[in-house]
Ligand binder design. Structure first.
Ligand SMILES: Nc1ncnc2c1ncn2[C@@H]1O[C@H](COP(=O)(O)OP(=O)(O)O)[C@@H](O)[C@H]1O
Ligand SMILES: [Mg+2]
Length: 360
């Protein structure tokens, strides 16, 4: 648990953080969000004593951090930043292994740990361990940065705009991956962002800051339902219903998809019962196309889906309802098939399903 008690930081005449009190429970993701210059980074860096408070107290698991040696404190607190800060002359493996090396772990244990972490962040160890940072894309470098922050298995993780420097699609993937990793590891996390959508997607609780002060600290749902004041209301914006559905995964909305199986001879199954359209799968349940009735006795033909198009046409179960809605609006369709990692059809989400949750 992390407790900030009336913490203040002054730089000359600048009041960067102003009597901020905040509590982050164990296993909770707290996201600090607010306009540039409101004191987010300063707050984060006071927790691991990269910045010393001018006044107030910070407790980590009940202990006043000013009484711990900073280097010891930082061993239990992973730190990941936007610019990633990988050392360019070290390989991915050496970068991730820095803290374990300092801690004197055996070589084989470090190699194991690095390999596990690369898998965790979705990078193949055989392909990536020996690469240098200049050989990585922005998204890959971010993942390595996160892996490095997790290297010594710290119970606490501080992240400053960790997904800031990547394109929107990669950002969404990294966010989904972050949520999946957190479900597994259950770290206590303080994450800084200036992006409210990101805060709402990732946070257990969102701390909205303004001019060094905390203006509201609530769950995303409570924040969207009841902004405390005009500042929060304008920061949260007018599309609160849309923001709310960015927290709802497609998995919770989808219904079984009506589908027919195809074999070498054509469609198998109750083709005569075909109402309007059906998805078509192969023998293994993988989505390969769709079919529509033309009326009369004409037997339906299959419209094939080009495998390269599959990602654009389908959604994974972890995608948000907001993503589903924006796809439907963008492509002029009323339903989207949901597939798993092996491309198997697992359900379908429709515009009506989304209308139902926004109407609640
Ligand atoms: N090392 C520093 N020296 C002087 N002023 C600083 C320093 N670090 C931050 N500040 C000031 O403190 C305020 C808060 O900065 P910061 O915590 O970086 O904001 P944020 O991360 O929310 O953008 C800003 O006005 C910034 O200019
Ligand atoms: Mg900052």
């Amino acid at each position: 648990m992390i407790q900030l008690e009336a913490v203040t930081k002054r730089y000359g005449d600048t009041l960067a953080v102003d009597e901020l009190s905040l509590e982050v429970r164990s296993g909770e993701v707290c996201v600090l969000v607010g306009p540039s210059g409101c004191g987010k980074t300063t707050t984060l860096r006071m927790i691991n004593r990269l910045v010393e408070p001018t006044a107030g107290r910070i407790l980590v698991n009940g202990r006043d951090t000013s009484e711990s040696r900073p280097e010891l404190l930082r061993r239990s607190i992973g730190y990941a930043i936007q610019s990633v800060g990988l050392f360019s002359h070290l390989t991915v493996e050496q970068n991730i292994g820095i803290v374990p090396t300092i801690l004197g772990w055996e070589k084989s244990r470090i190699a194991h740990r690095v390999s596990d972490l690369l898998l965790l962040v979705g990078l193949d160890p055989t392909g990536y361990a020996a690469k240098y940072p200049s050989q990585l894309s922005g998204g890959e470098a971010q993942r390595v940065g996160v892996a490095r922050a997790l290297a010594a298995d710290p119970p606490i993780l501080l992240m400053d705009e960790p997904f800031g420097a990547v394109d929107p699609l990669t950002r969404e993937r990294l966010q989904q991956q972050f949520l999946a990793i957190q479900r597994e590891l259950n770290k206590t996390i303080v994450l800084v962002t200036h992006d409210l959508d990101e805060a709402i997607r990732l946070a257990g609780r969102v701390a909205i800051m303004r001019n060094g002060r905390l203006v509201q600290y609530d769950t995303p749902e409570a924040l969207l339902a009841n902004p405390t004041d005009g500042f929060v209301r304008s920061f949260v914006g007018t599309d609160r219903a849309l923001k709310r559905i960015s927290r709802i995964p497609v998995a919770t909305l989808m219904k079984p998809a009506y589908s027919l199986r195809r074999d070498a001879t054509g469609l198998v199954g109750p083709v005569s019962e075909l109402q309007k359209y059906a998805w078509v799968t192969d023998d293994d349940g993988r989505l390969v196309g769709w079919t529509e009735t033309r009326g009369g006795n004409e037997s339906p033909s299959i419209s094939e889906i080009d495998p390269d198009e599959l990602e654009r046409i389908t959604l994974p179960a972890y995608a948000s309802a907001r993503e589903a809605l924006s796809r439907m609006l963008g492509q002029g369709v009323r339903s989207i098939p949901v597939i798993d990692e092996s491309l198997k059809l697992i359900g379908e989400v429709t515009l009506r399903d989304i209308e139902e949750v926004t109407a609640e």
